[in-house]
Design a protein around this ligand. Structure first.
Ligand code: NAD
Length: 483
């Protein structure tokens, strides 16, 4: 059968190849459930071949000057920009993310190469006057072969942006793409094959087991960067620990609180809360502001305003530039999201809007969930504690600020937290008390290149999108010289 987007191969050792088993994953358009393309169902053997190719390529890559590496990575950025329209079209059909909003992902994918290439001279060592007649210094060196495993919500952006820092640091990379939206990561492989020496970047598609697991377990992969769920993050830590002492960094889920105080500008706060949900990704963002904690004096108005905003979201074909929200990513994920909504109902939260498929002919097939709002949510409701990773907001009511901060902190997650208030003391106090890696005051934009994005508690270890990320792909050596 011929698919619209064809067979998208893996990049191993500079070649575009199918899986060693000859098996494929057929990718469905989540808006229509129609098959649109295939990606190889990679095997552990494919991972072993990719690691061997990376090991072979890495010493020469690391031996290039930072300027040579930087120049090549800037070319990767330029190639990504040149193919952005093609990528957006495939990605919208493959993931359900809306095409208009995918512009941001394309910029981020290429910006990361330029940003990290420009930071290369910051991979500095130190000298310490440890003895009067010696020279004591540190140098930073690459790990060698780095594994990166990414989730389905930004398949292309993660596949591209996540290889930039390890490459600038002089590592070779094996990247595993997500199995439910696997088509566009292949384009990262094509671009890297065109611009970089063979084997420096290897893209392996396939399921978590065997592909992700084989990367985590490979004894030559000593540095792993993972983005995905807590459950998989824990599995990767365990698998990695069974074969070696490894540096594993984790970017995991969130159940992110947003506190609206009685003195807040309510229109601004509710607009921020809805924007922070990232409905353009059907709420499938780790940073989605899914728990809204509103002071009782504003509560009813806040719920009404949010309901109106959710009902005004234009849900539709992700390929339509006017669509503001598409379907969720896959059949399995649709079942998970609907399961969470069912628990909200069963546990006694009040369903204010959504909760089902939107009405209309095009929504009869596909994995559609209308923007959904639950009110009167408490921490006794699972919908108030568990990450849905879908277009579902929960509104809590509070009358005591300390108790609101306690609720904000009362989950296993600690990715982002926000507060809306005109009281600077309260804002800064909350910023200190939030057990989260990222805090926003009077807005909900969480990603600013140069500042760490990363979680506290079970939301992860290790900040990304900043100098720390680059340095985390180096290991430090101390050198002591007697003069
Ligand atoms: P997931 O954990 O199910 O899968 C992520 C990746 O891990 C996929 O490529 C999958 O194939 C692979 N995988 C699965 N089992 C594996 C195993 N045993 N060993 C190795 N790899 C394995 O996550 P998902 O459903 O794709 O993504 C949703 C989750 O990702 C949410 O929890 C979300 O919050 C989180 N996320 C976090 C960030 C962040 O920056 N903190 C960003 C995006 C998504």
């Amino acid at each position: 059968m011929d698919y619209e987007f064809g067979d998208r191969l893996m990049a191993i050792g500079g070649q575009m190849v199918p899986a060693s088993s000859g098996e494929w994953i057929v990718s469905l358009n989540p808006a229509t459930e129609e098959p649109i393309g295939r990606a190889p169902a990679g095997t552990a053997d494919d991972v072993h071949r990719a690691v061997a190719a990376a090991e072979k390529a890495q010493p020469e890559w690391a031996a290039k000057s930072i300027w040579e590496r930087g120049a090549l990575l800037r070319k990767v950025a330029a190639e990504i920009r040149a193919r952005a329209d093609e990528v957006r079209k495939i990605e919208a059909a493959d993931s359900g993310n809306t095409i208009a909003n995918l512009n941001g992902d394309m910029h981020k994918a290429s910006n990361h190469f330029e940003y990290f290439a420009g930071l290369a001279t910051e991979m500095k060592g130190e000298t310490v006057p440890a003895t009067p007649r010696g020279l004591h210094m540190t140098v930073r060196e690459p790990y060698g072969v780095v594994g990166r495993i990414v989730p389905f919500n930004h398949p292309f952006m993660f596949a591209a942006a996540n290889i930039a820092a390890p490459l600038v640091a002089g590592n070779a990379v094996i990247l595993k793409s997500p199995e439910t939206s696997p088509l566009t990561a292949s384009i990262v492989g094509e671009v890297c094959n065109k611009v970089l020496p063979p084997g420096v970047v290897n893209i392996v598609s396939g399921y978590g087991i065997p592909v992700g697991d084989a990367i985590a377990r490979h004894p030559k992969v000593r540095r792993i960067g993972f983005t995905g769920s807590i459950r998989t993050g824990l599995a990767i830590q365990r698998a990695a620990a069974e074969t070696g002492v490894k540096h594993v960094s984790l970017e995991l889920g969130g159940k992110n609180p947003l506190i609206i105080c009685e003195d807040a500008d309510l229109e601004m706060a509710v607009t921020g809360a809805v924007a922070g949900m990232n409905f353009a990704w059907a709420g499938q963002s780790c940073g989605s502001t899914s728990r809204i904690l509103v002071h009782e004096s504003l509560y009813d108005r806040a719920v009404e305003m949010a309901k109106a905003k959710l009902e005004a979201i234009r849900v539709g074909d992700p390929l339509d530039p006017a669509a503001q929200m598409g379907p969720v990513n896959s059949a399995a994920h649709y079942q998970r999201v609907m399961g969470h909504i069912a628990t909200g109902r069963v546990d006694g939260a009040k369903l204010v809007t959504g909760g089902d498929r939107p009405k209309g002919e095009i929504f009869k097939r596909g994995y559609w969930v209308a923007p959904t709002l639950f009110a009167n949510v408490t921490m006794d409701h699972r919908i108030g504690r568990e990450e849905v990773f879908g277009p579902v907001m929960s509104f809590f009511k509070w009358n005591d600020f300390d108790a609101a901060v306690e609720i904000a902190n009362a989950t296993e997650y600690g990715l982002t937290a926000s507060i809306y208030t005109r009281d600077i003391g309260r804002a800064l106090g909350a910023a200190k008390r939030f057990q989260s890696g990222v805090v926003a005051v009077n807005h909900t934009t969480m990603h600013f290149i140069g500042l760490p994005f990363g979680g506290y508690k079970n939301s992860g270890v290790g900040g990304e999108e900043c100098l720390d990320e680059l340095l985390s792909y180096t290991q430090t050596k101390s050198i002591h010289i007697a003069l």
